[in-house]
Every structure is written in structure tokens, then in C-alpha cells.
Design a protein around this ligand. Structure first.
Ligand SMILES: OC[C@H]1O[C@H](O[C@H]2O[C@H](CO)[C@@H](O)[C@H](O)[C@H]2O)[C@H](O)[C@@H](O)[C@@H]1O
Ligand SMILES: [Ca+2]
Length: 565
């Protein structure tokens, strides 16, 4: 497979707010390409596919942890923050990845699990063996397992307590996630400095930013629930100020699985900024709810309420990622409805969520996949794709935990789906061979050969989005309709002051979640007389009348993106 590089000067475009317009792609090194036939994906393999990612229109990669690790939590159990897991490659290969990505104007954002380490980390080993030594206070130790009673358990499938007894130190240590992932003690300023040093280490190597994993949980609290406690925000502010001062143009992305106001708090304020971006956990499950309930009201509500965020900050919008589709931030009623629709087999559930990939969740419905992506690319913020979702990859719910959706990327219909030349039994996870999503049908090569494939459709939408800066930079306004299944909003961008010389533009985005065709009326006095043109083909649409009303029709589960003239 060869990809023609678009004409552009090599190197990174100098835009300090690049992340506002970027299309991100989450790629797990282990799952993408195996360059040396040892059964595991690696950095050299990822480098070999940069042309593909550039062809797709990807501006930035988010790479989950690739540090030394026992891999008991997909690498989120870090044993050494400064070295790379040998099966993934070397530091030299990582530098090569950064250089080659930058040559293609593609940024590299790495994942940074800073709340905890693996129990195999040298800091923990020293902490448990020498309580009075330099690392004695690096973790949260206690003589009882009864402190912090208000702090919830996140990994409800495996953990019964946030405390585990260490037989070496003969004390309990606190762990927010698995019991092999002791939480670092952020009350200790030496821990804070050690984390700053790690951040500088990777920024000096040229990375363009960090996804700050599990960021709400840094500081515990006796009274509160230990999520977004004030000292956690103070720490993030200090980190931001160092990054802005010493490494301008690099980004911090908050992974805060919380209610809207709490997530938005991780942007900080204009005067005291925290993260440049935060994942939009409030919106994500509501997209899936709307698709099945055929009701737009939950999305209308959450989008109408969208909290103001500081200038320059941006949401990270996503449909799926390497974790379960989390249902922690929806009401019990909605959660049960979502389990009924999307996880009817208990095997599909993990913790408080659903461990399935996008295509199987949507029953491989092309209409739903297009509708979901049209929303992803039109909502305020920058879209994050999950590797393989661009070809509608399936999952394997017989694999444990979240491995169900971390199987090897399907490149070709050949052995090991073109992921690896290893003996098939040697692969770190088996290739998906299910009836519907079998790699012989679902793979990049086959989809490249079909102009109407999902892959070509997604690439086209990405390029249309990129031609209209309002999707990345514009404001949102939700418009009223008389149909419960229809969501309408405008994205407006004044166009001034941009180094790209962008024109002002308003785009109206219309989505129907109904499983049948619909006719509906939009009423908005400010739109009176507005003329509309389809953004994809340029077709002229009916205009808003002088009272600001417009009647349109839409097919089942479909959408329009309309330029407002
Ligand atoms: O390092 C532990 C975990 O950290 C992230 O966790 C997030 O995922 C959880 C669900 O899997 C979610 O419930 C929690 O709120 C998040 O912080 C990371 O993405 C996980 O892969 C990792 O296991
Ligand atoms: Ca390999």
C-alpha cells in the first residue's frame, strides 16, 4: 500500500494553538504494526504507517504508555518513566518517530499516568523496603485501611478496597486503580518535583504534549471524594505554567471522567490556566443514548449548557478509546437503558461501562457509523479517533478486561491481517476472526480498494472538516426544532486575526436520530433569510424564510452540514 504525500513544506506548522484544529488518532503501539515478527507491535512499525495516517488526515497521535512496564494494565502500570519497554523499541526509535511525524506536520502526544506507578517501579520497591529512606514517603502509606472512606472504587470488577496490605513494609498502601498500582503521594513535594523532571525529560525529546491520565485523583482528602481536590488543581496550574514558560506550543490534555462542571474546572481560568484540552466525557455517552432512544433532548441539554471555557482551551471529543465506554457519568436510569441496548450479554460489560468497539456497538450499521462520526467531527472541540475504528474493526469479548478492543490492527486479508509476520500463535492478542468483522473482509487494503468504504468516507469527512476552520475554532449555538429526534446547531467563526487568513463562516449542522425519515421545522429569528448550501457537494438548499423558519426532511439516522450564506 503506498500513499501519495500531499504537497506541503516538511516540518511543523508554527501555530501555538494547533490543537484546536487538529484531528487526533489514538494508537496503541502494541496493537498497530509488528516490525520484527516477535508478535508485538512496536515503534518502528508505527513509523512505517505514518504515511497512511497522513493520508487519512491525522494531525496528532495520542500514544498510550510505552514505558517499561509489567503490562498488567496495558502499560498504565509504569515501572520506569524514562525507558521504553524493550519489545516496543528504543529511545532512538522513539526520537525517530518524533522526527518523522514532525516532518509530516504531525504531532506526538504521549500518555502520562502520573497518579500511580506499577508496584515494580524502583520508587515503590525502595519505599516499601526503607520507610525512612529518600522514597519512604513517595506513596500513600497507612496503618489502617479505613482512611478516605468517601473515595469510590473505580475498578469495581476486581477491587474491593482502595487499600492493599504490603507484607514487606507491614502497612497498607492506597491505590485508586488495581492493587498493583500504588498511588504516588503528591503531598510530598519530592514526588511533585520527580514528576516535573519526567515531564521535562519527554518535552526535551520533542513530544508535543501529554494526556494526563486519571488527573482528578492526585490528592486524597479525608472530607471530600478525592476527585479534583484543590491541591490537585494547584499542582496542574504549576505544571501548566512551567510548560507554557519553557515549552510553548506543547499541550496538556486532562483525562477527567467527571460531571461537566468538574471536567471544565481542569481548564482553569484565563488568569490561572490548567489544561489546554479536556476530554468531553459528558457528551460521549449521550451520543450513544441518542442513537438508540431516537431522542435528541439529552444532547440538546448538555450542549446548550456547555460551560464557557477559557480562550484557547478546547474539548477533546471522542466516541471510543482503549477503555470501556464508561457509564459513570450518566444517571442510573440511563445506564440501565444503555446496558440493555449495547451490553445485552454480561460479557460485554467492564466495571461501570461497556468493553466493546464502535462498529459492534452500532451493530455495524453504516448509517449509524456515519451519523456518529458526523457528530464527532462537528461538535465543539477536536475529534479523537481510536485506531481501527476508521475501518469499522470488530472486537473480541472473549478476551479479558479491555483487551476486547485492543486487538491487532487489520491491514490486509493476509496472515495475521498484515499486522505481523510472526507465527499466529505468538501474537500478543489474536486477530479478530468473528463472522461479521473477520479480518479477511475488514481491513485497510480492502477498504482502500472500494471507493464507497467507511475508510474513504471518514477520510473525506476529515478533509471537509479541515477545509472549514469553524469546526475547530467556532462557537456553538443550538437551534430550536419541532422534532424530538432532531439536533440542530450552528458553528460560527469570525475568521479574524488568524494566521491562516481564514474567512468568517457559519455552518449549520443538522442530525436526525430517528430510525425513520422525518420532516421538521427549525425556527430561529436570527437565521431569517439565511441561504444554505451543502458542504459536501455544494447543492443549494431551501432558505430560511423572513420569519426565520425552515422546513427540511432527513432520511433515517442521517445528517446535513450546511454552509450559511
Ligand atoms: O491507570 C489506570 C487507568 O487509568 C485510566 O483510567 C481511566 O479509565 C477508567 C476505565 O478503564 C476510568 O473509569 C477512569 O475514570 C479513568 O481515569 C486509563 O485510561 C486506563 O486505561 C487505566 O487502566
Ligand atoms: Ca515487534
Amino acid at each position: 500500500m503506498s500513499f501519495t504525500a500531499p504537497i506541503q513544506l516538511p516540518g511543523l506548522a508554527l501555530d501555538p494553538r494547533w490543537y484546536r484544529r487538529a484531528v487526533f488518532y489514538e494508537v496503541m503501539v502494541r496493537s498497530f504494526v509488528d516490525s520484527n515478527a516477535d508478535g508485538s507491535g512496536d515503534l518502528a512499525g508505527l513509523v512505517s504507517k505514518l504515511d497512511y495516517l497522513q493520508w487519512l488526515g491525522i494531525d496528532a497521535l495520542w500514544i498510550p504508555p510505552f514505558f517499561n512496564s509489567p503490562l498488567k494494565d496495558g502499560g498504565y502500570d509504569v515501572a520506569d518513566y524514562r525507558t521504553i519497554l524493550p519489545e516496543f523499541g528504543t529511545l532512538e526509535e522513539f526520537k525517530d518517530l518524533v522526527t518523522k511525524a514532525h516532518e509530516r506536520n504531525m504531532r506526538i502526544v504521549i500518555d502520562f499516568p502520573l497518579n500511580h506507578t506499577s508496584d515494580q517501579h524502583e520508587w515503590f520497591q525502595q519505599s516499601r523496603e526503607d520507610p525512612d529512606g529518600p522514597f519512604g514517603d513517595f506513596y500513600v502509606w497507612s496503618d489502617t485501611d479505613e482512611r478516605y472512606p468517601n473515595i469510590r472504587i473505580i475498578f469495581t470488577d476486581t477491587e474491593e478496597s482502595n487499600w492493599a496490605f504490603d507484607p514487606v513494609r507491614r502497612q497498607f498502601f492506597f491505590h485508586r486503580f488495581f492493587s498493583h498500582q500504588p498511588d504516588l503521594n503528591f503531598e510530598n513535594t519530592a514526588v511533585q518535583e520527580a514528576i516535573f523532571d519526567v515531564v521535562r525529560f519527554w518535552l526535551d525529546l520533542g513530544v508535543d504534549g501529554f494526556r494526563l491520565d486519571a488527573i482528578p485523583y492526585l490528592f486524597e482528602s479525608e472530607e471530600g471524594n478525592g476527585e479534583g481536590e484543590p491541591p490537585t488543581h494547584e499542582f496542574v496550574k504549576r505544571l501548566r505554567s512551567m510548560v507554557d514558560r519553557d515549552y510553548p506550543g506543547r499541550v496538556m490534555i486532562a483525562e477527567a471522567n467527571q460531571w461537566p462542571r468538574e471536567v471544565a474546572a481542569f481548564f482553569g481560568t484565563e488568569d490561572e490556566p490548567e489544561c489546554h484540552m479536556a476530554f468531553d466525557f459528558p457528551v460521549m455517552p449521550r451520543i450513544f443514548y441518542s442513537l438508540r432512544s431516537q431522542q435528541a433532548n439529552e444532547l440538546v441539554r448538555v450542549l446548550s449548557e456547555t460551560t464557557d471555557i477559557p480562550d484557547g482551551a478546547g474539548w477533546g471529543v471522542f466516541l471510543r478509546n482503549h477503555d470501556e465506554l464508561t457509564l459513570e457519568m450518566v444517571s442510573e436510569e440511563y445506564r440501565q437503558a444503555m446496558y440493555g441496548w449495547y451490553a445485552y450479554d454480561p460479557r460485554m460489560r467492564a466495571n461501570i461501562g461497556i468493553r466493546r468497539r464502535l462498529a459492534p456497538l452500532l451493530d455495524n450499521s453504516r448509517a449509524e457509523l456515519e451519523l456518529a462520526h458526523a457528530l464527532l467531527f462537528a461538535l465543539p472541540g477536536s475529534p479523537f479517533l481510536y485506531y481501527g475504528d476508521e475501518i469499522g474493526m470488530g472486537d473480541n469479548i472473549w478476551l479479558p478486561d479491555r483487551d476486547s478492543s485492543r486487538t491487532p490492527m487489520q491491514w490486509t486479508p493476509d496472515r495475521n491481517a498484515g499486522f505481523s509476520d510472526a507465527d499466529p500463535g505468538k501474537l500478543f492478542l489474536p486477530i479478530v476472526q468473528s463472522l461479521v468483522y473477520n479480518f479477511t473482509q475488514t481491513n485497510v487494503e480492502s477498504q482502500l480498494a472500494q471507493s464507497g468504504s467507511l475508510l474513504h468516507w471518514i477520510r473525506n469527512v476529515i478533509h471537509v472538516r479541515k477545509a472549514h476552520p469553524t469546526f475547530g475554532l467556532g462557537t456553538i449555538r443550538v437551534l430550536k426544532t419541532n422534532h424530538e429526534s432532531v439536533l440542530v446547531f450552528t458553528r460560527s467563526y469570525a475568521g479574524s486575526g488568524s494566521m491562516f487568513g481564514d474567512q468568517p463562516e457559519t455552518v449549520m449542522c443538522v442530525f436526525s436520530f430517528s430510525h425513520n425519515p422525518v420532516a421538521f421545522t427549525i425556527e430561529d429569528v436570527d437565521m431569517a433569510g439565511t441561504r444554505l448550501y451543502d458542504l459536501f457537494g455544494g447543492a443549494v438548499f431551501p432558505s430560511f424564510n423572513e420569519e426565520g423558519a425552515l422546513t427540511l426532511t432527513l432520511g433515517a439516522q442521517s445528517f446535513y452540514w450546511l454552509h450559511c450564506g
